[in-house]
Design a protein. Structure first.
Ligand code: NAD
Length: 346
C-alpha cells in the first residue's frame, strides 16, 4: 500500500469481506483534516482487486479536494464495492456494507455514486447512522445528481463566458458523453438554454429518452470525441481526457460531471497548450456533495445548498481566471487551492 502510485498519505484504507452476502468492499479515507470524510460509494465490476484499490485511493483523494473547494466541513473518503451493479445487488449486500461503514464510527459518511442508487443507500442506512442521500427520514436529501447537474450547467456558463466571450449557449453545440443521472439532467438545462446537443451512451434506453426530450442527435460512444462541438462534456467515467482523445476533441471547452477526467494531471497542461479551457472536475461537480453535506448537517435546507453552490461556481470562475491570466493549467490552480485549504485545517 505504501508504495502504491496512488497512495497519497491516506489516513486509512479499510478492506471488508462478508462471506454471507459476498460483499467485497474497500473504504479509503484520504483526510479528515476538514472534518469527517464524506464521499459516495461506487459499485463496479473491476478487472482485479488492484484496480479496485487504485480507484478507491484516487477517488478518496479527489473527495478531499472536492470537499475543500466546496467549502464543506468534510474530509475525503470513498467506498468501492466490487461487483456488477446490474446483477450483483442484494439487500444482504447493502446491510453488510452499512455495517462496514458503521464500524468506522463516523470517520466516513457514504452516499450514492456510479452503480449505487437511493434505494441501496436506504438499505445501508438501516445498519449505519453514517449514510446520506437517503430517500426517507428527516432531512433526507435523496438523489444528489440533480444538484450536481445544476452545478455543472452553471460551471459550463462560466467556461463559455471566458472561452467565447458570452455565456449565451443559444446555438452552441455541446457533445455530452454519458446521459445517466447527471448527464440526463444536464441535457435538460442545456436544451432549455438553446444549446444543440450531441449525445453518446452505451445505454440505448437512456439515449432514446434524452433524445426525445431534448431533440439531441445520437452518435456512437466512440464517435463523441470527433464531434464538431463548442463544448465537450464528460459525464460517464474517468480517464477520458488522454493523449488519444485530446487529438480528436474539437471543442474549446471541456466541462462535465465525471470524476477523474484527466488520465494524468499532465493532461491539464496539454489541454491548455491546445487552447482548450478545462473546468477541473472536482470543482465543477461539487453540487452533489453539497446536497449530501446538507443532509449530514442534520438541517437540510435548499437555501443553504443554493448558497454553497453559488460560492462554488464563483470559486470555479476564480480558478479559471487565475489560470488564464497566469498561463497555467486550471487543474494546477485548483489543486494548489485545495491543498492550501486542507493544510490550513490540518
Ligand atoms: P450514472 O451511472 O447514472 O451515469 C453514467 C452514464 O454513463 C450511464 O448512462 C452509462 O451507461 C454511461 N456510460 C458508461 N460507459 C460509457 C461510455 N463508454 N460512453 C458513454 N457513456 C457511457 O452515473 P452518474 O451518477 O450520472 O455519474 C456520472 C459521472 O459523474 C461519474 O463519473 C460520477 O462519479 C460523477 N459524479 C456524479 C455525481 C452525482 O451526483 N451522481 C456527483 C459527482 C460526480
Amino acid at each position: 500500500m505504501f508504495d502504491h502510485p496512488s497512495f497519497d498519505a491516506h489516513e486509512g484504507v479499510h478492506a471488508f469481506h462478508d462471506a454471507a452476502s459476498g460483499l467485497r468492499c474497500v473504504i479509503a479515507i484520504h483526510s479528515t483534516a476538514l472534518g469527517p470524510a464524506a464521499g459516495g460509494c461506487r459499485m463496479w465490476d473491476y478487472a482485479s482487486g488492484a484496480d479496485m484499490i487504485t480507484d478507491a485511493l484516487r477517488l478518496s483523494q479527489g473527495m478531499s479536494y472536492k470537499n475543500a473547494m466546496a467549502g464543506l466541513p468534510h474530509g475525503g473518503g470513498k467506498a468501492v464495492i466490487w461487483g456488477d451493479s446490474h446483477t450483483g445487488k442484494s439487500r444482504e449486500l447493502f446491510l453488510a456494507f452499512g455495517r462496514a461503514v458503521e464500524s468506522l464510527q463516523g470517520r466516513y459518511y457514504t452516499a450514492e455514486d456510479v452503480g449505487i442508487d437511493v434505494a441501496d443507500i436506504q438499505i445501508a442506512g438501516e445498519e449505519t447512522a453514517y449514510a446520506a442521500g437517503l430517500a426517507e427520514g428527516e432531512d433526507a436529501s435523496g438523489d444528489p445528481s440533480p444538484v450536481t447537474a445544476r452545478g455543472v450547467y452553471l460551471g459550463i456558463l462560466e467556461c463559455a463566458r471566458r472561452a467565447f466571450g458570452s455565456a449565451d449557449l443559444n446555438g452552441r453545440t455541446v457533445a455530452v458523453q454519458g446521459v445517466g443521472s447527471v448527464g440526463g439532467y444536464l441535457c435538460q438545462h442545456l436544451a432549455k438554454a438553446g444549446a444543440r446537443l450531441v449525445i453518446a451512451d452505451v445505454d440505448q434506453a437512456a439515449l432514446d429518452e434524452v433524445a426525445e426530450a431534448t431533440g439531441a442527435r445520437i452518435v456512437s460512444p466512440e464517435a463523441i470525441y470527433d464531434v464538431e462541438a463548442d463544448i465537450f462534456s464528460p459525464n460517464a467515467l474517468g480517464a477520458v481526457i488522454n493523449p488519444d482523445t485530446l487529438k480528436r476533441i474539437r471543442a474549446k471547452v471541456v466541462a462535465g460531471g465525471a470524476n477523474n477526467q484527466l488520465v494524468t494531471p499532465e493532461m491539464g497542461e496539454k489541454l491548455r497548450e491546445a487552447g482548450i479551457l478545462y473546468a477541473p472536475d472536482y470543482v465543477i461537480n461539487g453540487g452533489g456533495i453539497i446536497n449530501v453535506a446538507a443532509e449530514i448537517s442534520g438541517q437540510y435546507a435548499t437555501q443553504w445548498v443554493d448558497g454553497k453552490l453559488g460560492v462554488l461556481i464563483d470559486t470555479l470562475g476564480n480558478v479559471l481566471d487565475e489560470a488564464l491570466s497566469a498561463n497555467v493549467p486550471t487543474n494546477t490552480v485548483a489543486d494548489r487551492i485545495a491543498r492550501e485549504r486542507i493544510a490550513a485545517a490540518s
